[in-house]
Design a protein around this ligand. Structure first.
Ligand code: PMP
Length: 416
């Protein structure tokens, strides 16, 4: 059926609906479904662990953000169950009105203490935390300086504010410095502690110096750094010693904490100002009791058992070593994300498919998430992966690269 066909009800479609159905991305997805298995919207049929039931098979899962395995921790699950029993399935209201549970305030208190800061503000998603922070801090005449590999939640917040978006080269504070010194407008700079696609870490100390010199506020998104980087798992802000210096730190509960939701952490006076200004906070229902209690339980586990972070790091090192030993060249990274460059989008999707056929789930990363021709296979390590699983995935990756003859392009394999 073409977008111009009448619907089955006999009505002709409004132009906006025609535009929706005619979008080239929709057409592409339709074509993809016709020619075979796409790597998206895979149906998951069990809890997300190292082995996850997907589309009728037990799949070795190297594509999940359940880094510390806490989504499946009995204490976290019990906390969620108890909270549902005590507080109900939902809050049926926003924080502003009837949805401000003591539980939300308890989690805010725990988060601000964990980071040793004076304020924290909890959102229903990590996406909402970034959207809210950018859209409240920025106005039409302001500038947002963002890394060229920045997550969509930050970009959407800048667009919502109708502020001017300025990009600097990935992880390059000197590029920021040379561009930002030419302007004298209120602005902020956003970086990720650990980047979601390549897993590399931002040089935060230098970014802080540059922000001070150019009078930009510094915001660090620790979505992938919380629970994975630093002795205590605070993220790259801890590793680089700037926990107190970043103007705001944003986190999500949907990765290491195994739940759902997000937060902004910073100074109390600024957080209190945000609380009354932030539309993605004010005009949406607050996070469910189960999600908040699970995040709180997971945070307490992380605080009392920092060895979990060390165990994760050991697993990550073993995957990097196993890949390198097989001639592959994982990109430099610090957190739980280990990416290997494949190259063209088509090859990247093929590589994903060959892994899937062998019972392994990873994430393909293609343009526009990365520059064209620099597609990646992204492997995400869980603390709960067994040693043997790491070797199985490394063997499979080596076979896939060899089957696709990727070494000849010098992409993922060491060619010398
Ligand atoms: N920031 C980054 C860097 C992320 O990778 C993500 C999630 N992929 C988010 C924010 C949004 O978090 P959530 O999925 O919990 O809404």
């Amino acid at each position: 059926m073409t977008p111009h066909d009448p619907t089955t009800t006999g009505r002709s479609r409004a132009p906006v609906i025609q535009k929706l159905l005619g979008d080239p991305r929709v057409a592409q997805a339709r074509l993809g479904r016709r020619i075979g298995r796409l790597p998206y919207f895979t149906r998951v049929e069990s809890a997300t662990g190292p082995l996850t039931r997907m589309e009728g098979r037990d799949i070795l899962n190297f594509g999940s953000n359940n880094y510390l395995g806490l989504a499946n921790d009995a204490r976290v699950i019990a906390a969620a169950q108890e909270a549902s029993a005590r507080w109900g399935a939902g809050v049926t209201g926003s924080r502003l009105l009837n949805g401000n549970l003591a539980l939300h305030e308890e989690l805010e208190e725990a988060l601000r203490r964990f980071y040793g800061r004076t304020g924290a503000m909890v959102f229903s998603t990590g996406y909402g935390a970034n959207l809210g922070l950018m859209s409240s801090l920025l106005g039409r005449n302001d500038r947002a300086w963002v890394d060229e590999e920045m997550h969509a939640s930050v970009l959407d917040g800048v667009w919502l504010a109708r502020a001017t978006m300025k990009r600097f080269a990935h992880n390059d504070p000197e590029d920021l410095l040379s561009q930002a010194t030419q302007e004298d407008l209120p602005g902020l700079c956003v970086v990720e502690g650990v980047y979601s696609m390549r897993g590399d870490r931002a040089p935060l100390r230098r970014f802080l110096e540059v922000c001070r010199a150019t009078r930009l506020a510094l915001i660090v998104d620790e979505a992938h750094g919380l629970g994975t980087v630093g002795e205590r798992g605070l993220g790259t802000v801890e590793e680089e010693g700037i926990v107190q210096d970043a103007d705001f730190i944003t986190v999500t509960f949907s990765k290491s904490l195994g739940s759902c939701g997000g937060a902004i952490i910073g100074d109390a006076d600024q957080i209190e100002a945000l609380r009354v200004l932030t539309r993605p906070f004010l005009f949406t229902a607050s996070n469910t009791p189960a999600s908040v209690a699970a995040a709180l339980a997971a945070l307490r586990i992380l605080q009392t058992e920092p060895e979990l972070v060390r165990e994760l790091k050991a697993r990550v090192s073993s995957l990097r070593e196993a890949l390198t030993a097989r001639g592959l060249r994982p990109l430099p990274s610090d957190g739980p994300i280990v990416s290997v460059e494949v190259g063209a989008d088509f090859d990247t999707l093929q590589a994903w498919r060959l892994l899937w056929n062998r019972g392994i789930y990873a994430n393909p990363v293609i343009h526009p998430a990365v520059p064209a021709g620099r597609g990646l296979l992204r492997l995400s390590v869980m603390r709960t992966h067994e040693a043997q699983m790491v070797h199985t995935v490394a063997d499979a990756c080596a076979d896939v690269f060899s089957d696709l003859q990727l070494s000849q392009q010098g992409q993922g394999k060491v060619t010398s």
